[in-house]
Design a protein around this ligand. Structure first.
Ligand SMILES: *Cc1c(COP(=O)(O)O)cnc(C)c1O
Length: 406
């Protein structure tokens, strides 16, 4: 061998992106535990723990609740493919890159018709528009993103549930950016299919998509006249692997399931309410800090701002790439730029899961001030940090990680 490949040594970054988020050291440890065969009785029993905890995090009793072996996009594909049959019509609320991805995937379902109800990046979809689009039609499902990561917008699920009920349609919710960070209750909010991603507010490694499917959807699937167009994502056979039969379907990413188990355990140990509060408190401090620096938030309606991802308008004359590169080189901090309609126009700062900590907010704001000053923007040095500090004092709590206090 002529090359001299050194040991793999990735940099230790602070990931303030819309995913992946940083992981708790306990999740790393779970990831590094010994591999066990997927048919080993010890493993199949452990799978049960994951399902019980996942039901608690989703807040549901749904039988079909498991992490599928795919990234968040696999969750979209599985949801869409399991319910759509040739001749079916569905409505997709498209207000950004990821909700549009659901429409793009549904377009590929054999013989299905997709009705897009759109809103510009940074805005929520008007439920009235959904109602109008579905009037007089037989709509199989209404699909939307709870948190639209590409723009930093959150939507009120209850409005869309109401319209879906009027249309006799199922409600399919992409909660990739929200599960574990933003209040969500699958049972109470009557969500028929809800899926998420492991690497966002749950802070597990990327590669799994937790999903939950209610009895009404099971009936719809049982009544199908055609087989599900995807073999790999067919819910029922996967349930034979996750159900009491524990029969082989495919070899699941065992180590990722270990890490998922630990991430779920930590979420429940902290408590969902406490976790949502932490996410909100830290995001409020971040928002106060960004505004204290004189920056403009991209989502103008405060009620429409996604707690896990904050989008900031890039000031005129400032080079997007240079700012992000300096943050990375000088402070080891990664934030994201925009894509789709907002490419080069916004930055997106993620505060998800383990990354969502007060220490990270204050560190980021200080670093961001330095970088923006160096890049020629006249921000008041210390203005962002001061505003964030005030926000924390006002909130009356520090929003530390539950685990960090011990
Ligand atoms: C990240 C994300 C996805 C895609 O997840 P991948 O793991 O990248 O496939 C889908 N929807 C939303 C809302 C997301 O934030």
């Amino acid at each position: 061998m002529t090359e001299n490949f050194g040991e793999l040594l990735p940099p230790a970054r602070l990931m303030l992106t819309p995913g992946p988020s940083n992981m708790d050291p306990r999740v790393y440890r779970a990831l590094a535990t010994p591999l066990v065969g997927h048919m080993d009785p010890w493993f199949t029993e452990m799978m049960g723990d994951v399902q019980v905890m996942l039901r608690r995090v989703f807040q549901t009793q749904n039988r079909i609740t498991y992490p599928i072996s795919a990234s968040g996009s696999g969750g979209i594909e599985a949801s869409v493919m399991n319910v759509l049959e040739p001749g079916d019509e569905c409505i997709i609320c498209s207000n950004g890159w990821f909700s549009e991805r659901m429409a793009v995937i549904a377009d590929r379902a054999p013989g299905a018709k997709v009705i897009r109800v759109e809103a510009p990046y940074g805005r929520t979809v008007d439920p009235e528009d959904v109602r109008r689009a579905g009037q007089g039609k037989k709509i199989k499902f209404v699909g939307l993103a709870h948190g639209e990561t590409s723009s930093g917008v959150v939507q009120n699920l209850d409005h869309y549930r109401k319209v879906a009920d009027e249309l006799g349609a199922l409600l399919v919710v992409d909660a990739v950016a929200t599960l574990g960070g933003v209040p969500l209750n699958v049972e109470k909010q009557k969500i028929d299919i809800c899926f998420s991603g492991s690497q966002k507010a749950l802070s597990a490694p990327p590669g799994m998509a937790p999903i939950t499917v209610n009895a009404r959807v099971e009936e719809v699937i049982k009544a199908r006249k055609t087989p599900v167009a995807s073999w790999y994502f067919d819910f029922m056979p996967i349930m034979n692997m996750w159900g009491s039969e524990r029969t082989y379907h495919h070899t699941p990413p065992i180590s990722l399931i270990f890490a998922m188990r630990e991430a779920l355990r930590l979420a429940l140990e902290e408590g969902l309410e406490a976790r949502w509060d932490r996410h909100r408190t830290n995001q409020q401090a971040l928002v106060a800090g960004l505004e204290g620096m004189g920056l403009e938030l991209f989502v103008t309606d405060p009620a429409g701002r996604l707690v896990t991802v904050t989008s900031v308008t890039i000031p005129a004359g400032i080079d997007d790439r240079k700012v992000r590169q300096q943050l990375l080189d000088e402070f080891n901090i990664e934030i994201a730029g925009g894509f789709g309609a907002v490419k080069g126009k916004i930055w997106r700062v993620g505060l998800m899961g383990y990354s969502n900590q007060n220490t990270n907010v204050l560190l980021f704001l200080g670093a961001f001030e330095k970088v923006l000053l160096d890049q020629g923007l006249r921000v008041p040095a210390g203005g962002g940090v001061a505003a964030a500090v005030e926000s924390y004092r006002h909130a009356g709590q520090t929003a530390t990680m539950a685990g960090a206090r011990k």
